[in-house]
Design a protein around this ligand. Structure first.
Ligand SMILES: C[S@@+](CC[C@H](N)C(=O)[O-])C[C@H]1O[C@@H](n2cnc3c(N)ncnc32)[C@H](O)[C@@H]1O
Length: 420
């Protein structure tokens, strides 16, 4: 037995097929099914009894064993098992002849291309590395895979697969990643909404979806005959019922960049607002694109450090282990390193942008320090300065809010310094 928690007959069939190193075409042929039908079953469509019989025969496994491992107890089997409970064990043991894996098992990983005291980066296909890492050993997994948009990420360009191939490739690494997540651990998947609709459904069979976070993107490209696409999807799952860590930062009140006036009415009394700021929502419209050369480590699709800082801060603690299978420019690794997490990364193509980034990590440290200055308070320093400037014109009253967290030292002293 592998120790995996299966959720559907399709999962069991898919796992057995891979164990036997059969392609879906080969298994479908052997079982006398259409390959499309097999793919549907493997992605969650419940098989008929006849289909399970055929697949069991082709995989040389009792159809009852497939049902049993998938958590289904047919009526007749249930009464048989009651008569002889040991049969359950026999059915399972006969069905799976693999040796048990233990967490202490020696793993055979290649040498990393780059290491720090906290992290390891492998220049390899993520699937080769993920299969060797220890199950349930990561607290947080963040993935920003290629979106299959035919982007040029490097010398080998595999970002233009047919839809079903891309989905199959994705479910392969996703299954591996889910195995690596600790109970209570968090899994984040950043992708186009159109792909994440598939993955939200697929991953929900093994993890619990906590949020579909819309990450607002400015300056996207309009698509003829469609609404202007303006968000990416960030799926946030947890393994089990509740997260080990959930500690989102609070944000300052959204203010006019010119006068510092409130952009939204947050309801209720201003003085009763949490002095640490406003609750984070599932729409993130404050994540800037990485355009400034100072922070742009390479050409293709680098995420903002602000996004990774938020994710890592929300769903992990210092000393926790973070995995990102798609290195790119190493934004996750830089954030994890600076925030005191251990990290493991893989990148199929050129790793030099990541290595160079780490040679000058102070730049990222400074940016994270800037981000942190503006968190968990009601007004940023800039907003307070602007409010001071326009206080008479717009009747801003500084006693309206509890500003204890927004200012170090005495409020009056600080306000006085803005007037000088
Ligand atoms: C969208 S980018 C990630 C960007 C990254 N989040 C950042 O902020 O810099 C996806 C990356 O995955 C890499 N990649 C594609 N297929 C891979 C695979 N099978 N294993 C590991 N990396 C892969 C690509 O080369 C590309 O650098």
């Amino acid at each position: 037995m592998t120790g995996l928690l299966f959720r559907s007959a399709g999962d069991v069939v898919s796992q057995l097929r891979r164990q036997r190193e059969l392609t879906d075409n080969e298994l479908a042929k052997e079982a006398g099914l259409r390959v499309g039908t097999l793919r549907e079953i493997e992605t969650g469509v419940p098989p008929t009894d006849d289909q399970i019989e055929k697949l069991g025969e082709a995989l040389n496994v009792s159809p009852d064993a497939i049902r049993l491992v998938a958590g289904e107890f047919p009526e007749e089997l249930h009464s048989e098992l009651l008569e002889n409970p040991n049969r359950a064990l026999n059915v399972l043991q006969n069905a799976f002849d693999t040796e048990p894996t233990t967490s202490e098992e020696e793993v055979s990983l290649p040498d990393p291309v780059f290491t720090t005291g906290q992290g390891k980066l492998y220049n390899a296909d993520c699937r080769e590395i993920l299969s060797e890492l220890e199950d349930e050993s990561f607290d947080l997994i963040f993935a920003d895979p290629p979106f299959n948009l035919d982007k040029d990420y490097g010398e080998k360009n595999g970002d233009d697969l047919a839809e079903d191939e891309y989905l199959r490739w994705s479910t392969e690494w996703i299954d591996q990643a889910v195995d690596l997540l600790k109970p209570g651990g968090a899994f984040f998947l950043y992708n186009l909404p159109t792909w994440n609709t598939h993955f939200a459904h697929y991953i929900s069979r093994r993890l619990n979806l906590r949020h579909w976070i819309a990450v607002d993107i400015k300056f996207g490209l309009p698509i003829p005959n469609r609404l202007y696409p303006s968000h990416y999807s960030l799926l946030y799952f947890v393994k089990g019922d509740s997260p080990k860590t959930f500690d989102p930062d609070r944000l300052p009140i959204d203010t006019c960049p010119h006068c510092g006036g409130e952009q939204n009415d947050y309801g209720g009394y201003k003085s009763k607002m949490n002095p640490k700021g406003v609750n984070l929502t599932d729409v993130w419209d404050d994540v800037p694109p990485v355009r400034h050369n100072k922070y742009l480590n390479r050409d293709a699709n680098q995420l903002s450090l602000k996004l990774l800082h938020r994710v890592i801060g929300m769903a992990s603690e210092e000393g926790d282990r973070v995995l990102d299978p798609f290195g790119g420019a190493g934004t996750t690794y830089a954030a994890a390193e600076i925030m005191g997490r251990e990290w493991v990364g893989t990148e199929l193509h050129d790793c030099s942008p990541i290595i160079e980034r780490f040679e000058n990590l102070d730049q990222d440290r400074e940016y994270i320090a800037e981000i942190e200055e503006d968190l968990n308070l009601l007004f940023t320093e800039d907003a307070l300065k602007n409010r001071m400037k326009y206080k008479d014109e717009f009747n801003f009253n500084f006693d309206d809010y509890d500003l204890s967290e927004s200012m170090n030292g005495s409020v009056q002293q600080r306000l006085g310094s803005y007037e000088e």
